[in-house]
Design a protein around this ligand. Structure first.
Ligand code: ADP
Ligand code: MG
Length: 795
């Protein structure tokens, strides 16, 4: 049985309910179809998680990374894969209660489980070698927000400004703000009428104000901003009338208590919620990232899931458009996160993902045992439905309504027959309804490669992740918002009044916002220089510019500006102020900095410094004939090439499919003609087998391209042969069929060769990349600003 077809997921085998038999050939699912999302419903124990584990395994083998949200703790099972299938591999993970119930020792039970898995896999044409492939194809990790059992997650960055793709879309930004605020307030236990409450409006106003300008916040900065907000009015009402400072202090305290709570530090230490880093390893290998949230309470879960979904949405939106599957978002047991009526903070980002992720190649897969608990809009947006055994009448009715709705326009829908079908489904048997296919199909899920031992405890997660965690990253310090450069290292002599300078010397003041309120401000003089460097390289089609803003310490003496000690200035130019803070003190100004002519010289020096020091380093892939983008890391470039490979493969497959389709169409046409002829000659057989012809076409197509959701070719062929036996043109028709089958076989061989060649030529993960350097020409340097900057330092 050949199920390893390019771009196909092996999910199981077609199953015939009436005879109770499961077919021989595989049921292959077109990976691209997942970009229109999938919903998996079925009662507890129907095999949803098993099916979706299979799906995630297939995706991983195909190099597609996943984000898995795991409320029940089952998905950590994806890390229990044992290529050697030895009893001792299973032993640490067996359910000891089960062994006890069976009255066998743990070792015996482990041996039995190993045997069960080996046999189970074999029955589905799989073995240890395939498990090894799965191992090699991806990295698997369990993340545990709020706990260090798996990889801990730091939520500090979750209040950072979303990417431009989100900021530039007013509706998306509004949703993002609302979700963040609602989940944060829920987390600190402030409920009530969310969107109307003062707390909500104030926090939303702060986030909106800061994010619009691309400024990041963290909890500490947010608390600060609650006390002294960056705005004076809320709408048209004065801030202090709307929400007096004393009351705001109460909110600041609630947030502060959260920060100070003993358990909370667990939320601040760990990997940031950076989706690109989570989906791909440092080397660019795809990762199956499982977010285990079973250990959290309800409000913590909602808080985290909403934050995560927001990050995933932001990442998704910044991915270029594609027709191929790029990544998966899977949520096991969606219950409570996307309900029909209520509006928990997780719902908006989920609905937006369902609406928008497709264009970016991100597929969403949702599983639930309660179809009634799913928002209808969400459901109707899913192109694929996996429907398993259902428990209640209401669930059944809901699903039938959905199917009927989906079938509207696509022909007739036999509700009665469908109801009967659903009633007949057993464990691991699902009805697959895929809008990209002509008809639904019933199938049995294949055996999972992962050992489905069931929910894993925190201790077990710790065990399975031991040795797999990244080097304990130094806990990201809770650095308050952008600080200017560490104020001048060399303490200059104090001077209290601001020096008087020629007006031709421009002066700027770095905002003192980061100093504690009311602290005396002392300014230290530095040289501020800003410029732009252009990089042009015709060969690689590069035309880009890099803005550079630096601060340099100033000193008396022969070398007033030491260009070796220049630091990048993190404050944006338009945030610089033109007047000092009130009652500020000023450090002494080195002599040369008071002279206009010095600045003309420094301008030249800066120009030279940019010219000598700036370069663009790019990676070049000979196999793809592509060059990395400015600022793109080697890892991100490799990730992009991987997706490119997939796009090229999918395009190739589409092209081949088109070719076959044309062949098949001509076959159908010939059959139709023959049939008309026969009609004229013999009137006795009235049943015109038009649909038989169609079936032949589709089966041939399936045989060649793995589109096997239909009857096996044998059956179709036989019925065709029978219906044509007495016709005069049978012989010719059969000849035609034979001929076309031969053609198709040749085409298939050719297609396989082409695709294999493509896969061989392109190995973006391991290809040796060349390095290319682009240096600016003299004329590519532009100095935009040079002046004196006053940088505040702590007194
Ligand atoms: N694909 C599969 N391969 C092997 N065993 C499976 C598979 N699917 C389900 N099972 C078995 O059936 C049990 C219940 O299935 P599960 O997928 O957890 O159901 P659900 O998620 O619908 O509640 C699993 O614990 C496992 O023992
Ligand atoms: Mg389950």
């Amino acid at each position: 049985m050949d199920y390893e077809k390019l771009g196909k997921f092996y999910l199981g085998r077609p199953h015939d309910l009436s005879s109770g038999t499961t077919a021989e050939e595989p049921l292959l699912y077109d990976s691209k179809d997942l970009t229109t999302h999938a919903v998996c419903v079925g009662m507890t124990g129907s095999g949803k998680t098993g099916l979706c584990v299979g799906l995630l395994e297939e995706a991983a083998i195909d190099g597609i990374p996943s984000i898995v949200i795991d409320p029940k703790g089952d998905l950590g099972n994806l890390l229990l894969t044992f290529p050697s299938l030895r009893p001792e591999d299973f032993a640490p993970w067996i359910n000891e209660d089960d062994a006890r119930k069976k009255g066998v020792s743990a070792a015996e039970y482990a041996a039995a489980q190993a045997e069960l898995w080996k046999k189970g896999l074999a029955a589905w044409g799989q073995d240890g070698a395939r498990i090894q492939r799965l191992h090699d194809a991806a990295d698997f990790a369990v993340y545990t927000p709020g706990s260090s059992a798996g990889i801990p997650i730091s939520i500090l960055d979750s209040f950072a400004a979303p990417p431009a793709a989100v900021r530039d879309d007013a509706e998306l930004l509004g949703d993002r703000i609302a979700t963040t605020v609602t989940s944060l307030l829920g987390f600190v236990g402030i409920r009530g009428d969310a969107v109307q409450s003062r707390e909500h409006i104030l926090l939303a106003t702060i986030l909106d104000h800061e994010w619009r300008q691309g400024r990041d916040l963290d909890l500490a900065a947010l608390i600060q901003a609650v006390q002294s907000p960056p705005v004076a009015k809320i709408g048209v009402i004065d801030l202090d009338a709307f929400y007096p400072a004393g009351d705001r202090f109460g909110l600041a305290m609630s947030l502060n208590n959260l920060l100070a709570a003993p358990g909370f530090s667990a939320w601040l230490e760990g990997e940031p919620l950076d989706i690109q880093n989570i989906l791909y390893t440092a080397a660019g290998k795809p990762r199956v990232a499982i977010f285990s949230i079973a250990h959290l309470d309800d409000s913590e879960r909602m808080f985290f899931v909403s934050l995560l979904l927001n990050q995933v949405l932001g990442w998704t939106r910044s991915q270029p458009g594609t027709n191929s599957l790029r990544a998966l978002l899977y949520m096991d047991e969606i219950f409570g996160y996307m309900p029909p009526v209520a509006e928990p903070p997780s719902k908006k980002p989920l609905l937006t993902m369902l609406k928008q992720a497709r264009a970016h190649g991100v597929g969403v897969v949702l599983a639930t045992q309660n179809p009634v608990d799913l928002d209808y809009k969400g459901l109707s947006n899913a192109g694929t439905w996996f429907i398993g055994r259902l428990q209640t009448e209401r669930d059944k009715m809901r699903v039938l309504d959905g199917l009927e709705g989906a079938a509207a326009g696509a022909g007739r829908f036999d509700r009665g027959a469908m109801e009967e079908t659903l009633a007949g489904l057993g464990q691991r048997r699902f009805l697959l309804n895929n809008v990209h296919e002509d008809a639904p199909v019933i199938f049995e899920t294949r055996w999972a490669m992962s050992y489905l031992r069931g929910p894993m405890t925190r201790e077990q997660i710790r065990q399975v992740m031991a040795g797999r965690k990244p080097e304990a990253a130094p806990a990201t310090p809770a650095a308050p918002a952008p600080a200017a450069t560490p104020a001048a290292a060399a303490p200059a002599a104090r001077a209290t009044s601001r020096p008087v300078l020629p007006p031709a010397i421009p002066q700027y003041f770095v905002p003192a916002r980061d100093l504690p309120l009311g602290a005396p401000v002392e300014y230290v003089p530095q040289l501020l220089a800003a410029g732009v460097v252009h990089f042009v390289d015709r060969k690689h089609e590069i035309d880009t510019s890099e803005p550079v803003t630096v601060l340099a310490p100033l000193a008396d003496g022969v070398v007033p500006v030491d260009w070796e000690r220049v630091e990048e200035c993190s404050v944006e130019l338009d945030r610089l102020e033109t007047a000092p803070a009130p009652a500020a003190a000023f450090a002494a100004l080195p002599g040369p900095a008071a002279q206009e002519k010095s600045y003309a010289q420094w301008k030249k020096d800066f120009d030279e410094w940019l010219y000598r020091g700036r370069k663009l380093e790019l990676f070049e892939s000979p196999a793809f004939g592509r060059v990395s983008e400015p600022g793109e890391s080697e890892r991100d470039f490799r990730v992009r090439l991987q997706h490119l490979t997939r796009e090229q493969r999918d395009a190739k497959l589409d092209e081949l499919r088109g070719k076959f389709r044309a062949k098949v169409d001509s076959l159908e046409e010939r059959l139709r003609k023959a049939e008309q002829k026969r009609e004229k000659e013999a009137q006795q057989s009235k049943q015109v087998k038009l649909d038989t012809a169609l079936r032949i076409g589709s089966t041939l197509l399936g045989a060649v391209l793995g589109r096997s959701t239909r009857a096996s070719s044998g059956t179709a062929m036989r019925s065709v042969t029978r219906s044509w036996r007495d016709a005069q043109d049978v012989a010719r028709a059969e000849e035609d069929i034979e001929e076309i089958k031969k053609d198709l076989a040749e085409l298939q061989a050719e297609a396989e060769r082409e695709v294999a060649e493509l896969a061989q030529r392109l190995d973006p993960l391991n290809e040796e990349l060349a390095k290319t350097e682009v240096r600016p020409r003299r004329t590519d340097i532009e100095v935009r600003l040079l002046g004196l900057a006053w940088v505040p330092r702590r007194g």
